[in-house]
Design a protein. Structure first.
Length: 562
């Protein structure tokens, strides 16, 4: 459930939250980093006190799950602290003559009617998001430290890697469920309990649509509370024999299986990690598969009656358009416009699935049907280029939908990215096994805690903020409101591709360097007494063949010469 929330729901709704609350990517990066900051601060005390002989690991884990539930509830709270979402403030965001008093009043007084005090509730809700992630991170601290050692202590050493592989594989299923469920929930209007989106002309295809991002967090909070009850009732040590668990799939499980199947020692495990890292570096070339940027009038291409790039042109200069009203539309010329007003559209039609616009002075109507965007063609492939008041389906020049960008790289990217993830997580279980084999039995929980601290300091804490900063650097259009700069509205795909590839290469290179150093400086222990229990067994098996045969009440042990 933790991974479904942190790596599933949060990642799915992060852009929705940016749009709903006007947050920047660097700010949402702080939200994501809150989880790792709290986990980092709690790892040492949790692993030290929870890993003591007289401590009950299930109780620590159960209390942690309850804290995760509280964090989930808190994450959904901002939905109930803000006013209802409308997408655009004005009822009719089209081109009016500047002499129109209604248009002038609406445009000039926009800030006076813009959800008064929005800067206050945006700031407050940002810190509510951060606090909720702090609680989730604190509650998750026992899961991958005490939970791992509790499992390792209660299964046979031979099967430890397999069971831990299953444990980590299930933690990867959580994000997948979170992505699927979160995506479906975003199809529901965020204020469906109080408002009908059709009243505002909003549909799932609208560029300013905001889905019910908060439902998933309430759901997981309830589930976590229910799960915590049986976990708290577990004994400090499981009695009896181990129950066989069915094998799971995926890179994480396969990594644990390879350790067992190949009977890898510590040096061999590190070599496996090096191999998987090198292979994953090959597949990160997927970031070079870039789709062209969306053609956006006044942003990356000029208006038809202008040579300079600016959102204001001669065709819309008399419309009194507001830069605070971002309501992008796709014109029949396959160009995106900032709003119907910026496209010079004077008439609006509210259809079943979207809004349509006509009499758009900035949109150049194609001279023949072959130049018309496919989204404006009727089912037979024909195009009606007339524009009469009675023709509300094929007689318009723009829709409040996203223009389609021709790009055939999606499935190539998905396949390559899939192998990046497979070989990345292939090293997860071998690296964990190597960690457990390098320390004494009573130090395993603490060792995992220290390892996770290093991961947090150099990886998961700075990375969301670094990624947020890099993503913001690729922004080519920022939202403007009465209180300053808001979230990003459009990105440059080419720069995004280069930056993502650069970050991926740097991360993989660092992993490869440290794996290589671990292998190079690794020295197998010579004193059997200093080995962990699992390594002692391996050492004895390697040295000699132990056969326990009872012959006349004696036990014969035969050793091979080394």
């Amino acid at each position: 459930m933790k991974s479904m929330v942190v790596n599933g729901f949060v990642n799915v709704v992060i852009t929705t939250i940016e749009r709903r609350f006007g947050l920047r990517s660097s700010e949402t990066g702080l939200v994501a980093g809150g989880y790792d900051i709290a986990s980092f601060l709690c790892l040492v005390p949790v692993t030290y006190y929870g890993g003591r002989v007289d401590a009950s690991k299930p109780r620590w884990i159960g209390y942690g799950i309850i804290v995760i539930a509280l964090g989930s509830f808190l994450f959904a709270l901002p939905h109930f602290t803000v006013s209802a979402y409308r997408g655009v403030q004005q009822d009719l965001n089209v081109c009016f003559d500047n002499s129109s008093s209604s248009s002038s009043s609406s445009s000039s007084n926009f800030c006076l009617t813009d959800a008064g005090g929005s800067s206050e509730y945006v700031s407050m809700n940002l810190w509510l998001f951060v606090l909720s992630q702090l609680l989730t991170g604190a509650g998750a601290a026992p899961l991958y430290t005490l939970g791992v050692t509790y499992l390792d202590e209660n299964v046979t050493k031979k099967m430890s890697s397999v069971y831990l592989g299953i444990y980590y594989t299930l933690s990867l299923i959580g994000p997948a469920v979170g992505y699927l469920l979160g995506g479906e929930l975003l199809k529901i209007y965020t204020d469906f309990l109080t408002n009908d989106p059709n009243e505002f002309g909003l549909t799932q295809n609208s560029n300013v649509w905001v889905g019910a991002w908060w439902i998933g967090f309430i759901f997981t909070g309830i589930i976590c509370l229910l799960i915590a009850i049986p976990v708290l009732s577990f004994p400090p040590a499981l009695p009896g024999s181990v129950i066989t668990v069915p094998a799971g799939g995926g890179g994480t499980f396969f990594g644990g299986y390879l350790v067992k199947k190949l009977n890898l020692k510590c040096a061999g495990i590190i070599k496996l990690c090096i191999f998987s890292t090198v292979v994953s570096m090959i597949f990160i070339t997927c970031f070079f598969l870039t789709c062209p940027n969306l053609k956006f009038a006044g942003l990356n291409i000029p208006y038809s009656d202008s040579v300079s790039i600016s959102l204001t042109s001669e065709c819309n200069s008399g419309c009194g358009c507001s830069l605070y009203e971002y309501d992008p539309i796709c014109g029949i010329d396959d160009i995106t416009y900032f709003s119907p007003c910026h496209a010079g559209c004077k008439k609006e039609f509210l259809l079943e699935e979207y809004k349509a616009y006509s009499e758009c002075s900035c949109i150049t109507k194609p001279s023949n049907s072959g130049l018309v965007s496919d989204m404006f063609k009727n089912p037979s492939g024909n195009v009606n280029l007339t524009n009469n008041d009675n023709e509300t389906w094929m007689g318009y020049e723009a829709k409040n939908l996203t223009c389609k960008t021709p790009c055939g790289f999606l499935w190539y990217f998905v396949v390559l990215a899939f192998f990046v993830m497979v070989f990345t997580f292939l090293a997860t279980m071998p690296a964990l096994s190597a960690t457990l084999r390098c320390v004494q039995d009573e130090q395993r929980s603490f060792a995992l805690g220290i390892q996770w601290i290093v991961v947090r300091i150099f990886g998961t804490i700075p990375s969301p903020m670094i990624f947020g900063f890099i993503i913001d650097k690729t922004c080519i259009l920022w939202e403007s409101d009465c209180h300053g700069q808001g979230s990003c509205l459009a990105y440059d795909n080419n720069y995004m591709s280069r930056y993502m590839f650069g970050i991926a290469v740097i991360g993989k290179a660092c992993s490869l360097f440290f794996f290589f150093c671990s292998w190079w400086f690794y020295v197998p222990p010579s004193d059997v007494k200093m080995l962990p229990t699992e390594q002692k067994t391996e050492y004895n098996v390697k040295r000699g063949e132990i056969s326990n045969g009872i012959n006349g009440g004696t036990v014969n042990i035969h050793f091979e010469n080394q």
